[in-house]
Design a protein around this ligand. Sequence first.
Ligand SMILES: Cc1ncc(COP(=O)(O)O)c(C=O)c1O
Length: 300
Amino acid sequence: MKQSFNPLNQEILVSIGGDLLPRAEAKVSVFDSLVQGGDGCWEGLRLYKGRIFKLSEHLERLRHSALAMGFDSIPSAEAMRGEIQRTLEANHMSDGVHIRLTLSRGIKITSGMDPRLNQEGPLLIVLAEHKTPVYSKGGLTLSTSSLRRFPPDCLDPKIHHNNLLQSIMAKIEANASGADDAILLDMSGFVAETNATNLFLVADNQVHTPRTVACPEGITRATVLELCQTHQIPFQVRDISLAEFHRGDEVFCTGTMGEIAAVTTIDGRQIGNGEVGPLTRQMADLYETCTREGGEPVLS
Ligand SMILES: Cc1ncc(COP(=O)(O)O)c(C=O)c1O
């Protein structure tokens, strides 16, 4: 979906390396690792009535990414929680907020890719914006991209890094074909995910989702699988081909930014009866209850 500018975000303060800066001054150096090579990792968080859903899981995934990328130091979960709280409170934000939490490898002494050029610690950025879930709840259209998602032997999808070009290229293709988002296959031709979300298929009254060989271990994906377990909804995690998605009864995608959204057309094929299906609706309702009742309080 094409997002638009929300005037509420005109006056926001952004935390960069512990400094709270107005939007227009919230910048990183040209020597920062993010500029030099997309050399950072990030998380998308969502704030519901003063609570961030699955905050510990997001901070742990960020730590895992930074460890895999060999960062010299990583801020503690407590320090990151504190900076998130400070940013939200400075912006008087408590609900309907999306937070982009980025950890750059930091500033380099000269232009180059070598991490030995980084002689100062990582840089934490907390960008909190007023943003309601970004996907239409009425049914999305997907088209399959010509790009493939990397397997772990190319670039491990368990690292949630800032090199988003593969996703951006796929999104350009989706835009050109008039679709909301793109499906990326893995190197064996099985469905990996979309350019921004994990994918689920409903067939034979079961929920199916791809293994995390070529897609991230999505936190919303994990929540959906937990919900299936709790509510005795049969599910399978397996390789799934595109044809299975094309003939699926229901398809939905998951992610913190857009929550759970139905997919009603893939590559010109109508999915099910072309409307949001009952299992998708049930899952979206269950997820809404989780986000309303769960989450970690972050405001004082
Ligand atoms: C490529 C990609 N897939 C899926 C997701 C969904 O993950 P999560 O549910 O943890 O937000 C994300 C979120 O950042 C993503 O970047």
